[in-house]
Design a protein around this ligand. Structure first.
Ligand code: SAM
Length: 402
């Protein structure tokens, strides 16, 4: 099937990104043709002779047409003749901020939403400033959706170690990190990858970080995946639990399970009455469990359904033609973790913040926050969760074409 002009936008942007953000047309043509698997005939097809008798290469003319369209949309600029350069917004079409870029997209009384890569952003934080780093990184394999290059198991571990080591000096004495990670299957096989094992081994052998606790998010609405092993061949179960690794260099990092007490199922006096029997058959002491402590101590398991985000947010995305984030965590989980490890007024950072669930939780809980994502599309969409915001109008005007 012949390639239509419109289909050339992404290959054009990705060819420029691969060439380091800028390239000469001749190199870009060849890269796109390779990427699209054009035959020699398709690559070299000529137009009929024009009035001056000149024939033009059809494919190259189509790429130039798309370059002009992309320039009008603010995705490409031409600082010098014969050189095509990707703008920051152009980079974002690949969900990928350029190196060195860090821009505030909006701010609220409590926090800042920053567009950039965490690798760039980390240098902008003061030492000993962050009370909690709470984040949900992409899993291995999914990384290629978000960043250049395919992060396999080994590269994922290296990426996470760099992130943890980079932010380590930015954490307060009592600060901690909570990482909502996920188990995944090895490509093409019904066996688990060991990236989490390897990460924990490297933490223990190379750093002073230790696991304080592991929380488990039970995703009550998790679909059957990977489809092949779970739904089709029926040889594995739904991977409905995701660990949240809670790590710190300080074994006595700030933590208070009284902040996340759960409702008693029954009044405590009814459940374990004075001198009564516990479920295991042991006799209760006259004190201790019979006291009303305002709620029961939360277990490590936290149940909440997956989420597509609040309705108003989804409606606003549609209106602006922005993408729905593919991996939104429940805000209840973010609130639970933030309350467990911080106090009001503390400073929370999410360096891979997606649709800004962490920020929304912090805003509601009176914590200060800074959230970073390499995708402007996600941040621009997520701004609708924050009615009390002041936005970077200049940049959003260009990005949203308004
Ligand atoms: C699993 S999602 C986070 C979802 C988020 N917890 C939510 O509830 O919406 C991971 C995010 O990390 C971002 N990301 C990936 N690599 C990044 C990097 N190097 N720097 C900053 N953000 C990155 C992706 O754009 C993606 O939005």
């Amino acid at each position: 099937m012949p390639v239509t002009r419109k289909q050339l936008l992404l290959p054009l942007i990705s060819a420029l990104a691969k060439a380091g953000g800028e390239g000469r047309p001749s190199i870009v043509y060849d890269d796109i043709a390779r990427e699209l698997g054009l035959t020699d005939a398709e690559r070299n097809q000529k137009t009929k002779a024009d009035r001056t008798g000149k024939q033009h290469n059809v494919f190259e003319r189509n790429v130039r047409w798309m370059r002009q369209t992309a320039t009008r949309k603010g995705l490409i600029s031409s600082p010098e003749r014969g050189l095509w350069t990707l703008t920051d917004i152009g980079h974002d079409r690949l969900n990928n901020a350029s190196e060195g870029l860090l821009v505030t997209i909006f701010e609220t009384p409590h926090g800042h939403a920053l567009w950039g890569k965490l690798e760039t952003a980390v240098g902008h934080f003061e030492d000993r400033a962050i009370d909690l780093l709470f984040t949900s990184p992409p899993y291995p394999g999914a990384m290629k959706k978000y960043v250049n290059g395919d992060l396999d198991e080994e590269n994922w571990v290296a990426f996470m170690m760099d992130m943890i080591n980079g932010f380590a000096p930015k954490m307060t004495e009592t600060g901690s990190m909570m990482l909502n990670v996920a188990e995944t299957y090895a490509p093409g096989l019904p066996v688990k990858q060991e990236h989490l094992t390897k990460l924990r081994m490297r933490l223990v052998t190379e750093t002073r970080f230790r696991v304080l606790d592991t929380l488990y998010w039970h995703n009550t609405s998790r679909l059957a995946s990977p489809f092949r092993w779970v739904a089709q061949q029926r040889i594995r179960l739904k991977p409905s639990v995701e660990p949240v690794l809670w790590i710190s260099e300080n074994p006595f990092a700030k933590a208070n399970n009284r902040n996340v007490l759960q409702d008693y199922k029954k009044p405590p006096t009814e459940t374990y009455h004075k001198g009564g029997l516990r479920p295991g058959g042991h006799r209760m002491s006259a004190t201790g469990f019979s006291r009303d402590n305002g709620g029961s101590i939360a277990p490590v398991l936290f149940s909440a359904g997956g989420s597509a985000g609040p309705k108003a947010y989804r409606k606003a995305l549609k209106a602006e033609g922005l993408p729905q984030h593919p991996a939104i965590m429940p805000e209840a989980l973010a609130r639970h973790c933030v309350k467990l490890a911080t106090d009001p007024g503390d400073f929370v950072v999410d360096p891979m913040a997606g649709s800004l669930t962490t920020a929304a939780a912090c805003e509601a809980l009176d914590r200060d926050w800074a959230c970073i994502d390499s995708s402007l599309s996600y941040l621009a969409g997520a701004r609708h969760k924050f009615p009390d915001r002041e936005e970077n109008e200049d940049l959003l005007d260009v990005f949203l074409n308004r």
